[in-house]
Design a protein around this ligand. Structure first.
Ligand code: UDP
Ligand code: MG
Length: 233
């Protein structure tokens, strides 16, 4: 298998058919073997039924159902674990990411192990955009990193690096950092971003700030305590 597209889904009923339509069109054009893994993260809006119907239409679609909402990191981790593709592509289910950008990510893959999308013209409420910029700035300063857009799910990863990760809730914001520790070479690429057409965002300013700060402390601790030895020849 060449590619696995991993998509976390939490209450995205009205976006799923549009997503699958345009995603399969792009993936088919690559003429490689691929699968799409949707992780239904405890949706209560009928996304499960829509996914079941789509599964009948698209044989390349695999659906994993969580018993309850477990969060974005858990959904991604479940997808990573099931993925068979050598390259794993992640994206949001709400069509804010554009499937048309996937070939662009893959083109960069050659010399790199992780290609991160950067939403340079982001279409979200201004308060969200400003708070994300501040959060990214603080995160980068504290962890001595240079990740422009940790909140962009649209990325491509070589799967062999993903399988080295032990993930914890909230760590989706630090994936490039954790992967660099595993030896991955990371590059950034500008991608499109669209306004959300259906459903609501799951992240506000205040429901993230405290948790994301604690998570940042955890990453600082891990960075300091990470085992990083080399054995002499
Ligand atoms: N999501 C999820 N579990 C959650 C929260 C979000 O699977 O607990 C999914 C959601 O359905 C979407 C993606 O993660 O596909 C990003 O969420 P959202 O679009 O709400 O975030 P934003 O784009 O506003 O940052
Ligand atoms: Mg979104």
């Amino acid at each position: 298998m060449d590619y696995s597209v991993v998509i976390p889904v939490y209450n995205e009923r009205d976006n799923l058919e549009i997503l699958l339509n345009s995603l399969t069109e792009v993936m088919d054009s690559l003429q490689k073997e691929y699968e799409i893994i949707c992780i239904n993260d405890g949706s209560s809006d009928g996304s499960d039924e829509v996914l079941r119907a789509l599964k009948r239409k698209y044989e390349q679609l695999m659906v994993l159902e969580f018993e309850r909402n477990c969060g974005l990191t858990a959904a991604l981790a479940a997808g990573f674990f099931r993925a068979q593709g050598e390259i794993v592509i992640t994206m949001d289910a709400d069509m804010q990411n554009d499937p048309q950008d996937i070939p662009k990510l893959l083109k960069q893959m050659g010399d790199y192990d992780v290609v991160c999308g950067v939403r340079s013209r982001r279409h979200d409420p201004w308060l969200r955009i400003i708070s994300s910029r501040i959060a990214n700035y603080i995160r980068n300063k504290v962890t001595k990193e240079e990740i422009t857009d940790v909140g962009c799910t649209l990325r491509a990863y070589k799967r062999k690096f993903l399988s080295r990760l032990k993930l914890f809730d909230g760590m989706h914001r630090f994936l490039p950092t954790l992967l660099k520790w595993e030896g991955a070479k990371v590059v950034e690429v500008e991608v499109d971003h669209h306004p959300r057409l259906y459903g609501k965002t799951k992240y506000g300013v205040w429901n993230r700030v405290f948790k994301a700060f604690i998570d940042l402390l955890a990453v600082v601790w891990m960075k300091r305590r990470r085992l990083n030895y080399k054995i002499k020849e």
